[in-house]
Design a protein. Structure first.
Length: 95
């Protein structure tokens, strides 16, 4: 997806995936944001310790909504992960 098609969500969004990992490196699972310039978009990613992180970024005003699990899931088992966000900074993550 090109950067020109990345937009900040104006309604509720839900991102979900099934993942199985033993990795210790940060990596994107779902990624729809820009690397430079405007920072609109969202992503669901693995953290370096096997945690799961969900971000929703808005450029104007510059705002980042983030939630991270407290425990890692890099145990070699399948996990269903879900990130939800609704306008007004209501952000949740489920494993």
């Amino acid at each position: 997806m090109s950067n020109s098609s990345v937009v900040f969500p104006t309604q509720a969004i839900t991102l979900e995936a099934w993942i199985k990992t033993v990795g210790q490196v940060e990596s994107y699972i779902i990624d729809n944001h820009q690397e430079s310039g405007r920072k609109d978009g969202y992503d669901l990613r693995m953290g370096p310790a096997g945690t799961v992180r969900f971000d929703v970024m808005q450029n104007n005003p510059q705002t980042v909504h983030t939630i991270t699990t407290t425990g890692g899931i890099n145990d070699g088992e399948w996990h269903h992960i879900v990130g939800t966000w609704s306008y007004g900074n209501n952000i949740s993550i489920y494993v």
